[in-house]
Write a protein that binds this ligand. Structure first.
Ligand SMILES: [Zn+2]
Ligand SMILES: [Zn+2]
Length: 120
């Protein structure tokens, strides 16, 4: 077992955030949502883990961070629509939870994230 001294987190997993202090983190300084709240956004101290949130959903989409999805083949409901205010990328556990709570649960399909970083 070794104790790693991490000076800079891996760029691909951690992002320096832009945000109004104490609120949702934004990945992009020019995010319209962010500029709407704060015309001159300030780069956050430290690092943002996009999977821990709260992170702006628009920024997450734009950054192409892989996110699980779930859709129901019976009623055409989708997790993305029903949980539109979910602030961080969906994890597998989120998708499973949505499926378990969904009314026609047996026909829910979980969709694995397409990881653009692995499929270059
Ligand atoms: Zn944003
Ligand atoms: Zn359904």
């Amino acid at each position: 077992m070794s104790v790693a001294t991490v000076e800079q987190p891996a760029w691909l997993e951690w992002i320096r955030p832009w945000y109004p202090a104490g609120q949702v983190g934004h990945i992009f300084a020019d995010c319209p949502d962010l500029l709407g709240q704060m015309p001159a956004p300030v780069e956050g101290a430290g690092w943002l883990d996009p999977f821990k949130g709260p992170v702006c959903g628009e920024c997450v989409k734009r950054a192409g961070i892989p996110s699980w999805q779930a859709e129901c083949d019976t009623c055409c409901a989708s997790m993305a629509e029903e949980w539109a205010d979910h602030s961080a990328p969906f994890t597998k556990a989120d998708a499973e939870l949505w499926r378990d709570e969904h009314r026609c649960q047996p026909s829910v399909r979980l969709i694995e994230p397409y990881d653009t970083r692995k499929n270059r």
